[in-house]
Design a protein around this ligand. Sequence first.
Ligand code: ZN
Ligand code: ZN
Length: 84
Amino acid sequence: MESSYPCKFDISAVEGGYKVTFYCIAVDKSHTVDVYDYHTIDQVLIAAWNESKKYFNRCHQCGAWVCDEHYNEDVMKCIFCQPK
Ligand SMILES: [Zn+2]
Ligand SMILES: [Zn+2]
């Protein structure tokens, strides 16, 4: 099954919550959010991803999440599957 959020992410505890950073599969771009009031790591990741996903694009071939630079909008695939 394809992952519903990027396979590359960091999660660290901050006071009262968590800080989550998601990365483009090429690790050139990232987006960080702070998440509070969730109890399980799954809930934290889902909440963080809901705030972060607008910064990423999903490849419709391999399922990877990439930044705009690594996305070929014309075919809705990452440039690793379909170079521009
Ligand atoms: Zn792809
Ligand atoms: Zn990228």
